[in-house]
Design a protein around this ligand. Structure first.
Ligand SMILES: Nc1ncnc2c1ncn2[C@@H]1O[C@H](COP(=O)(O)OP(=O)(O)OP(=O)(O)O)[C@@H](O)[C@H]1O
Length: 230
């Protein structure tokens, strides 16, 4: 389980997270939803240790993450797929895929990844950034699955992608969940979010203002879209 309690984080003097508190249960898919700039990405960066919080508690499976460097946090089984995906242009698809160390026993072997993503197999020797946006997103997620991370943070994985790719990413998230992986997802597409998630944390001004079960969000979709301004 992942738990944040009263987390405060800053960029320089800008106070961005104002007491972020939330939990993601083991095996759950939870989302962070909210308008642009409310601190969703910053929350993921605080969890990974890329932007260490100035105060508060973050605990992953009983271990405090506070004060640990991000590479140590990753080795505890936390994977992060940033919005910008982080595919390196100087490396091939295969090299990008195998770049990160394996951190756990449930790591997907490369053969499983190639079975799941035939496009990545076909393009294994091509440059990482010669792939389409959708393929790069698949590669970014596949790279984390290969590490065996049991808790995965995904930042807007569907942004700007064609509907058929969005659907494939939805299937993949459901497959990850059925493998027992815990997922925290930043997602602006409410339809997509309700298709994959168990609970939704509504974020405003760097804090969670409401947590809703998936069924509530489905029932109140219009209200939520108005709230998000989308
Ligand atoms: N590197 C940075 N330096 C300074 N301020 C930043 C930096 N990154 C983000 N911010 C600011 O922090 C606030 C929260 O940004 P964050 O990216 O967490 O928002 P978000 O909810 O993820 O929204 P979006 O969907 O726009 O990414 C914004 O006001 C943003 O301008």
């Amino acid at each position: 389980m992942l738990a944040l309690r009263d987390v405060h984080a800053y960029y320089g003097e800008s106070h961005i997270l104002h007491g972020m508190t939330l939990t993601v249960d083991s095996g759950e898919v939870a989302t962070l939803v909210g308008r642009n700039g409310v601190g969703k990405t910053t929350t993921l960066r605080a969890i990974t240790g890329i932007l260490p919080p100035r105060s508060g508690e973050i605990v992953l499976d009983g271990v405090s993450l506070i004060g640990r460097p991000s590479d140590r946090i990753a080795r505890l089984g936390l994977g992060y797929v940033p919005e910008e995906r982080g595919i390196l242009s100087t490396l091939s698809v295969y090299e990008n895929l195998t770049l990160l160390p394996v951190v756990g026993p449930s790591a997907w072997p490369v053969e499983r990844i190639f079975d799941a993503f035939p496009n990545l197999k076909e393009r294994a020797n091509a440059g990482g950034t010669t792939l389409s946006g959708g393929e790069q997103q698949m590669l970014a997620i596949a790279r984390i699955l290969r590490t065996g991370a049991r808790t995965i943070l995904l930042d807007e994985p569907t942004e700007g992608l064609a509907p058929v790719i969005v659907e494939r990413i939805g299937e993949l998230i459901r497959e990850m969940k059925s493998d027992g992986i815990t997922i925290l997802l930043v997602e602006q597409n409410v339809r997509f979010a309700t298709g994959v998630a168990d609970r939704h944390h509504i974020v405003d001004h760097g804090t969670v203002v409401q947590t809703l079960e998936n069924a509530e969000v489905i029932a109140r979709e219009k209200e939520l879209l108005d709230l998000l301004g989308v």
